[in-house]
Design a protein around this ligand. Structure first.
Ligand code: B12
Ligand code: SF4
Length: 464
């Protein structure tokens, strides 16, 4: 046995065996492989950053299961696995298999962060929160045979200090772009369905703009994606970043809340910085979530959307169905609202109570979760009992609304509403239409039979 776990158990062996570089496998788990669509995927920034904080004495190997098989036969000293909630079941299968081979496993990412006790049933250690402050210590402890079960980082302050991510681990793979990064983390809005505020902090932590721009200057292609939750959340701190980007010639996309468009100067800066697309969560046209501090504005959303569109930026607007104040009329109201506001790309989701959120605690406490099968917690299936309609109606309403907003006439009206970016806008709409209609009519789509049945109520998760 050459693996580090066995060396670690016999600590005295470790220093004698330093001729061989230790090997770390980082896994992005998936239950299915993607076909040509993988060209439109992004690599895991989480794992690019874990690689970046791994001391140089380690060889780091990536397995992105969307693209490739996991090398269970490989000789590794440690396996690190990331997982969002819908990936957790697969992550646990992979972890169990490596551990059965005697290789230690560390789980990290959103799901392990919110449910570390569950994750520890499948891992030797769990990283709770961000890897950067604790990963090197974990590796030191592993080498010393003193691996703890939990490594926890708590976000503090308003400054984010992280290294540039490592793209060399992606070599040989095709992605939409490998140029992904974050300028900030954290979010003060604390939406009840989101894990970002409780786990990444209730204030925006921005990186030094010079550091961000220096990282961007190393990029050799134009397309760049900023994976911040709200890159424009603090306009004063975003401004120098946008101004610096204006000279770099990049074309980039990111996420923000629509209220940034209240400031026409910020919209102008955004366009000049090379932003070609921005994702905004409008969440709801009706009820409490329509007037949440992140969405409510003294301007109409239609006006704000128009400002962004007129600046030549594709605006993707995300809506959620299933809040407690949504009855069956929400589908029709949302469709008409989208027709009026004409965001470039509407994205419709089913409300999903992710573990770790206030919503999950509420629905769990009220006995309204249909099951805890995490694989089905993906915004595309109903996993709870809505208050004002049946789970079946919520699912059907979502299917019908998606098909309605991706009919050709709706697409053309949206595309023509922009002043420019017609081709980009049309291309994205066609891609999305393909997904929407492909899923809805494909009888083999595993999601189709997912409308919850009576018997599903309180079905116990395979993992919980
Ligand atoms: C980019 C992104 C995506 C990309 C992912 C691309 C990729 N290949 O990774 C795409 C667009 C594919 C995506 C899709 C979805 N996403 Co998403 N996504 C994000 C977003 C905005 C950023 C993620 C990211 O890269 N963050 C940057 C990295 C550096 O942060 P991180 O992942 O937390 O990693 C740090 C730590 O967690 C830790 N860590 C993470 N992994 C590991 C592993 C090890 C071994 C260690 C030691 C540490 C560690 O260290 C990292 C560095 O500090 C987050 C929001 C967020 N703030 O995280 C949502 C988020 C992760 N997504 C979410 C969701 C729900 C989804 C969807 C299910 C939604 C949907 N249906 O559309 C889909 C899933 C689609 C699918 N079937 O795969 C939720 C997850 C909730 C949950 N509990 O799982 C989040 C949190 C958004 C939210 N506000 O709720 N998403
Ligand atoms: S604004 Fe976005 S990132 Fe912030 S808490 Fe709400 S959903 Fe989460």
């Amino acid at each position: 046995m050459t693996c580090l776990q066995h060396r670690a158990r016999n600590r005295e062996d470790w220093p004698d065996d330093m001729t061989k570089r230790p090997r770390l496998l980082l896994v992005y788990p998936s239950t299915h492989k993607l076909g040509w669509v993988r060209r439109f995927q992004l690599p895991s920034l989480s794992l690019k950053l874990v690689a970046a904080v791994t001391p140089t004495e380690w060889d780091v190997v990536l397995a992105d299961e969307l693209n490739e098989d996991i090398p269970f036969e490989g000789e590794f000293d440690l396996v690190g696995i990331t997982a969002m909630t819908h990936q957790a079941v697969r992550a646990y299968q992979v972890a169990d298999q490596f551990r059965s081979l005697g290789i230690p496993v560390v789980l990290g990412g959103m799901h392990a962060t919110v449910l570390p006790d569950e994750a520890l049933q499948h891992a030797d250690a769990v990283v709770i929160g961000e890897a950067e402050p604790v990963w090197a210590q974990l590796l030191t402890d592993l080498k010393a045979g003193k691996l703890a079960q939990r490594y926890c980082s708590v976000p503090t302050g308003d400054t984010l200090v992280i290294p540039w991510s490592r793209t060399d681990i992606l070599a040989g793979r095709k992605y939409l772009t490998t140029q992904t990064l974050q300028a900030s983390r954290g979010c003060p809005y604390d939406c009840p369905f989101c894990t970002v505020t409780p786990y990444f902090g209730s204030s925006f932590r921005y990186r030094d703009p010079e550091d961000i721009l220096a990282e961007m200057r190393t990029f050799d292609k134009k397309l760049t994606v900023l994976l911040d939750d709200n890159i424009l959340g603090d306009p004063e701190r975003a401004r120098p970043i946008l101004k610096g980007m204006a000279g770099l010639g990049l074309r980039w996309g990111g996420q923000a809340n629509l209220r940034f468009a209240e400031d026409p100067e910020l919209v102008r800066l955004l366009a000049e910085s090379g932003c070609i697309g921005i994702f905004v969560g409008l969440e709801s046209v009706a009820g409490a979530h329509a007037n949440h501090p992140k969405t409510g504005s003294r301007y109409s959303q239609a006006d704000l959307i128009k400002r962004v569109r007129d600046a030549g930026i594709v605006l993707e607007a995300s809506m959620i169905f299933g809040f407690d104040d949504h009855d069956e009329s929400v589908f029709e109201t949302t469709i008409r609202y989208l027709e009026e506001c004409r965001p470039s790309i509407p994205t419709l989701h089913i409300l999903t109570p992710y573990p770790g959120t206030a919503l999950f605690r509420q629905f769990d406490g009220e006995g309204r979760l249909l099951h805890k099968d995490w694989q089905r917690y993906d915004h595309n299936q109903v996993v709870f009992r809505p208050r004002l309609m049946s789970p079946e109606r919520l699912y059907q309403g979502w299917i019908e609304a998606r098909r309605e907003v991706y009919r050709w006439p709706s697409i053309f009206t949206r595309v023509m509403a922009g002043k420019s970016a017609y081709f980009t806008n049309l291309a994205y709409n066609c891609l999305r239409r393909g997904g929407v209609y492909g899923e809805a009519v494909n009888p083999h789509n595993p999601r189709n039979p997912e409308v919850p049945q009576q018997g599903d109520v309180h079905k116990i998760s395979r993992v919980a």
